[in-house]
Design a protein around this ligand. Sequence first.
Ligand code: ZN
Length: 295
Amino acid sequence: MMTTLYGSLEAGGTKFVCAVGDAQFNVVEKVQFPTTTPQETLAQTINFFKKYADRLVGIAIGSFGPIDIDLNSLTYGYITTTPKPHWANVDLVGTLAKQFDIPFYFTTDVNSSAFGETLVRKGVNSLVYYTIGTGIGAGAIQNGEFVGGVGHTEAGHTLVALHSEDQVNGFYGTCPFHKGCLEGLAAGPSLEARTGVRGELIGLNSNVWDIQAYYIAQAALQATLLYRPQVIVFGGGVMAQEHMVKRVHQQFTELLNGYLPVPDLNEYIVTPAVPENGSATLGNFALAKQVADKF
Ligand code: ZN
């Protein structure tokens, strides 16, 4: 008997990760390739999923953004105003949907990860997921639904208070749109901009980590105040270093200053529970099942 498969596409600014999963959401095959031009990268994506076309019943796409997720919009399914060369105003969903007669689900990469994380955490249906890497993005789930209005949320670009040392050194952030937003002050490139060395080469005793933790703790404070989630997950390369979570806990405690009750920080501000960066893939399989079941 031919078994049903679900498709997952994580469309990242650096790489695309394509996967198919079985009915239990086990990965059957997963591949990745660098994000080059839309023509080349989408052709590779289509070739991968074509191998499974007779068994695929739905594909979920979690994309870098900003993206248009308004089903009534003329540009639904597009990547919109990204500064990434070649990728502004690209019809991501439309290009793929032309090749497959199955339903698609379209959301942000961080929403996919947030959804995946709720699936492996018992009793959790309100969660915020941040990725701290080359950029910063966040997805929020409230009572099992993605938070968003006319579009998806963009919590990576909220404004944050400047650390006193950045003030003294005249470092005001790297975001091309806002300079000193969360992404501009705490994403990977900000580390290099402050120190002149790449993040992975900066020693553990450098105070740049506490500066960065100060901004990440502000993100956790915003998430706490805005959404009152059960869990805040921080993924991405920067947070893979164990010392960062501890630094964020300390700074978060100072910033919250006892204003609200929150869970034990070891359970509340955490790194991903799905191993090997698999949160988005798992989330996408489940979202692909949702659209397939409704089709
Ligand atoms: Zn920004």
